[in-house]
Design a protein around this ligand. Structure first.
Ligand SMILES: Nc1ncnc2c1ncn2[C@@H]1O[C@H](COP(=O)(O)OP(=O)(O)OP(=O)(O)O)[C@@H](O)[C@H]1O
Length: 337
């Protein structure tokens, strides 16, 4: 669990760019940030909010426009590049030119802050590289040229390099971007476990809202106005901050289910009776078809059981259906048929 001494702190931090002639163009801030050892933090926000800009600034790859940024108790700018590389590893979305390196050679580069560029790898370094390959499931990629890997494979091998670097802080910009669903879930599980077991602080940006809400110890929520909100995922959902950050015309976040509604409710009310998986998927089908499921009595009633469905219009006998498709067909038919 997080300790009481933050690994990274920021006060009055403003991140952004300079446009000519030397005019600061703030993207987000002023920010007050704390990252504690042992926590997985997901940085969420709409496109263009400034997530990558913030991550690059925290990694020391671009200067803040103003404010103070400390890592391990020292100002980030005061750290030499090797000292910084022993404190933090970073994987960005930029394409990496890895020449003819194999997967293993790329991961071995992660050990250089510990060995120096001319230093050979010790048995301990080799073990760290092997452990990073194993943790990311990339052993089979170790002998393949990185230039020939798929986007998802390259993303995993870059994560392995960051793990091999073995730093107290890991910064990842959209690490799930090119991964399929099983790999996205596996990655979030791995990062969560890693934070818990090794005490590393891991900050990642992602558009995987659902996964982030499940996996993150804390969320840094960066809305388009650049005013960061932080908290547990649950507190941010229940306070409405999460819905507000992603507010779009016709796109509503439902705090009861933790999902964004794809369909705007327009059709007639349907009283939905039942519980469990059958009721959940019946609700989804009804919403997709434009009905508005409710627990309250309504002119149309649908009962969902694990084996069959019953539809009933007020004053009519109930009809039994063996599938949701048959139920929907009946609901769309005029009451007289
Ligand atoms: N090199 C740059 N120079 C000037 N402005 C930039 C630069 N890079 C990004 N920006 C601007 O900064 C803002 C934030 O961009 P950033 O890439 O940090 O957002 P993001 O939240 O990571 O977005 P996305 O979710 O789309 O990846 C955007 O308006 C973008 O156009």
């Amino acid at each position: 669990m997080p300790t009481s001494i933050p690994l990274l702190t920021a006060e009055e931090l403003t991140v952004g760019y300079f446009s000519r002639p030397k005019t600061p163009r703030p993207v987000a801030g002023p920010l007050r940030l704390r990252l504690w050892p042992g926590e997985l933090v997901c940085l969420l926000g709409p496109n263009g909010a400034g997530k990558s800009t913030l991550l690059r600034t925290l990694a020391g790859l671009q200067p803040p426009l103003s404010g103070r940024l400390d890592l391990g108790g020292a100002a980030l700018t005061s750290l030499s590049a090797p000292a910084r590389a022993r404190q933090l590893s970073v994987v960005l979305t930029d394409r990496v030119d890895s020449g003819n390196l194999t997967g293993r050679e790329l991961v071995q580069l992660g050990r250089h802050p510990h060995t120096g560029w001319l230093g050979g790898l010790t048995t301990h370094d080799d073990a760290q590289v092997q452990a990073a390959l194993a943790a990311t499931g990339t052993e089979a990629l170790a002998h393949r040229p990185v230039g020939e890997l798929s986007d998802g494979e390259r993303q995993k091998i870059l994560l392995a390099r960051a793990l091999a670097q073995d730093t107290p802080l890991i910064l990842l910009d959209e690490p799930t971007a090119h991964l399929d669903l099983p790999n996205r879930v596996a990655l979030m599980r791995l990062l969560h476990r890693l934070a818990r077991q090794t005490g590393k602080a891991i900050l990642l940006s992602t558009h995987e809202l659902d996964l982030a809400l499940q996996a993150a110890d804390r969320v840094w929520l960066l809305p388009a106005d650049g005013a960061l909100r932080t908290g547990t995922p649950e507190d941010l959902v229940l306070s409405g901050a999460f819905a507000a950050a992603f507010a779009r015309e016709g796109l509503a976040f439902d705090p009861a289910t933790g999902t964004f509604a794809l369909h705007a409710p327009t059709g007639p009310l349907v009283q939905l009776v039942g519980d469990g998986a059958a009721a959940f998927w019946t609700r989804r089908a009804l919403e997709r078809e434009g009905f508005v499921p409710t627990a309250a009595p309504a002119a149309l009633r649908v009962t969902a059981t694990p084996d069959y469905w019953i539809s009933q219009a007020a004053g009519s006998p109930g009809q039994r259906h063996d599938t949701i498709a048959a139920l929907l067909r009946a609901l769309h038919q005029p009451a007289t048929s």
